[in-house]
Ligand binder design. Structure first.
Ligand code: HEM
Length: 591
């Protein structure tokens, strides 16, 4: 019997080569042995790395402790459920509990440092931007789904990062960079820039809201998609647009793939070597990731190829993509410039990823700001009336025409600018650049070990700026939960020079931040080498939409009984971006 069993075992494990009369390990067994050997080797290497190479005694800094913070579960650290809803409040509470603006927590094997004060944010993310501007690596999203080259995710140490920033800056921040047919008929400065495009699209927005006031959020979304698709690709969106569907699908997939704590491979990257063909739930992430990669590649490639097709046909609308593609074609046709560094070279791939970045950056952000704005105007009729009075003082061109606010008029609307700042402060869009709940999903990563306030900040730690805590810090913004644009208007916060310059740049790195009521744009648009490249575009677009809406429409709370308004409680959404949760309002034609 024993002999029979061992014979069967031999047959199962070994395959015989009859001609030679020898045995070798059969394919299933050989694979199992290889996988086990690989696992064993990985564990051994991991052990050597953690226990010997990263041993605490290797640096003196190691004797310093991490910033204080909650302990959480021994294996997984702080569970996600704790942070699923408005985590920025939880972080602010912990900062208070541990009496430190800088706190630390852990999810699985990842250290997360949360900065809850403007000083710590400035000291680390701005002044030490050279080491605090990387992004934490998500193996699922960057590697398996192939999104590591996007503008948002590319490592700050990758040479492409600098090229992306230059290309985006040239493409959206300098006037005259989107020349040609788009937005013909815009006001001065408009033709030859995105001004005309914004002015044209805001008319469509106002018209849509007047026809369907209840769908204002949907109309904001349509407006931002329409503007950015024209800007990036010269493409006009239609109802049920296929490109937009791809964009939406891609955003949804990004949310899933970046979902915190969901993919073990993000914390134990060795798992990415598991072969896809290995059946079972352990390798499901690889099959899913490969499918998602295909879908998201479509979103990056299809509009880009569409522009190339249009250019080849000779009839196309000038856009960010077409202009840059033409530039590189012309450059390659002429002789390469001597001394031109290879790493600065703009390639087609770079243009493609930058255009995708424009879309990803603009799609949701201005929508959130405008949604909060509309709701706040309904809640604060005295603010709304003051903005309207300011707009009414502008001399509109064209007799008998409906008054149309032009971008060139915006610098005159100083109170509106204070309102925009207060909207960005009161209802910050990227409350917290956070990987735990995905909110704006833009955490930073520190690339070398550092010391701050006597605490050790370990290399590769994820660093989050709790923007919400800063925007509601009573020492910075007295009475922070009151919506009060006057805090920026009456106190002489802006120098006359910067107040006059609509497209002023308050984001230069080490400029001292105003002690009380500092410009919230210093925090709302991110930090260091990652600061939002779309700031000027976003501001122009926001101010134009806000002015155009209030010049033609009245926004109020519904009257419950004769004089009593139902005052809704303000709450915020938690998601990729955040805004005030909608409550019933009424929008009526003003003239
Ligand atoms: C109110 C509107 C907007 C707000 C509040 C906003 C805010 C932000 C924030 C907080 C970041 C992350 C910065 C960091 O990691 O420190 C960011 C990044 C970015 N934004 Fe914006 N943004 C807005 C509009 C736009 C627009 C309209 C565009 C494009 C036209 C844009 C393009 C981008 C891009 C490409 C990045 C990635 C930069 C990088 O990782 O290097 N954003 N934005």
């Amino acid at each position: 019997m024993d002999a029979l069993i061992s014979e069967a075992a031999v047959r199962l494990l070994w395959t015989r080569i009859p001609a030679a009369g020898v045995y070798y390990l059969g394919p299933p067994m050989a694979t199992a042995v290889i996988v086990l050997a690989a696992l064993f080797l990985a564990i051994a290497l991991g052990f050597i790395y953690y226990v010997i190479l990263r041993a605490p005694w290797r640096t003196q800094r190691r004797s310093l402790s991490l910033p204080p913070g909650p302990r959480g579960n021994r294996f997984s650290g702080i569970p996600n459920e704790v942070l699923n809803i408005q985590p920025w409040r939880k972080y602010a509470e912990w900062a208070e509990e541990f009496q430190s603006p800088v706190i630390h927590l852990r999810t699985f094997n990842r250290t997360i440092i949360v900065l809850n004060s403007s000083t710590s944010i400035k000291d680390l993310l701005v002044k030490r931007a050279s080491i605090y501007s990387d992004r934490p690596f998500s193996w699922m999203y960057y590697d398996i789904c192939g999104r590591g080259k996007t503008v948002f995710n590319i490592s700050s140490m990758d040479k492409r990062h600098g090229v992306y920033r230059k290309v985006l800056d040239r493409g959206i921040n300098r006037r005259g960079n989107v020349p040609g047919d788009v937005g013909k008929g815009g006001s001065e400065g408009g033709s030859g820039s995105y001004w005309g495009l914004l002015e044209e699209e805001v008319e469509v927005l106002v018209d849509r809201i007047m026809k369907d006031p209840e769908g204002y959020e949907k109309h904001f979304r349509h407006n931002s998609a329409s503007v950015i698709m024209k800007l990036a690709y010269g493409y006009s969106i239609k109802e049920n647009d296929p490109f937009l569907k791809l964009a939406e699908e891609s955003a949804r997939i990004s949310g899933w793939a970046l979902a915190p704590g969901k993919w073990l491979v993000d914390y134990y990257p060795i798992l990415r070597f598991l072969p896809t063909w290995l059946p079972g739930p352990l390798t499901e992430f690889k099959r899913l990731g490969q499918h998602w990669k295909q879908r998201m590649d479509l979103f990056s490639d299809v509009p880009h190829e569409w522009v190339k097709g249009q250019m080849a046909s000779g009839s196309y609308i000038e856009s960010f993509t077409s202009r840059l593609l033409r530039d590189i074609q012309e450059k390659s046709a002429s002789h390469p410039q001597p001394g031109h560094r290879e790493e600065d070279r703009i390639t087609e791939d770079i243009i493609k990823w930058c255009a995708v970045g424009l879309h990803a950056g603009a799609a949701d952000t201005t929508v959130c700001a405008l949604t909060s704005f509309i709701l706040l105007m309904a809640l604060h009729p005295q603010v709304k009336k003051r903005v309207q009075a300011e707009i009414d003082e502008i001399e509109f061109i064209g007799e008998g025409e409906l008054p149309r606010v032009r971008i060139r008029d915006l610098p005159k609307l100083k109170y509106l600018k204070a309102v925009m700042k207060e909207v960005l402060r009161y209802a910050p869009i990227g409350n917290l650049v956070c990987e735990l709940n995905g909110s704006l999903a833009l955490p930073h990563k520190v690339i070398q070990e550092d010391v701050y306030m006597g605490y050790r900040i370990p290399k590769d730690a994820t660093v989050l700026a709790n923007v919400w805590a800063i925007m509601h810090d009573p020492t910075l913004y007295p009475d922070p939960f009151t919506f009060n644009p006057d805090r920026f208007f009456n106190l002489g916060v802006d120098s006359p020079k910067s107040e006059d310059a609509l497209l002023s740049d308050p984001y230069t790195t080490t400029k001292p931040v105003q002690q009380v009521n500092p410009d919230p744009r210093n925090f709302a648009f991110g930090f260091g080498k990652r600061v939002c490249p779309g700031i000027q575009f976003a501001e122009t677009s926001l101010l134009l939409c806000m002015a155009s809406i209030l010049s033609r429409m009245d926004i109020s709370l519904p009257v419950a009984s004769k004089d009593i308004h139902q005052v809704p409680k303000i709450d915020f959404t938690t998601g990729l971006t955040s805004h005030i949760k909608p409550f019933p309002i009424e929008i009526q034609r003003r003239r």
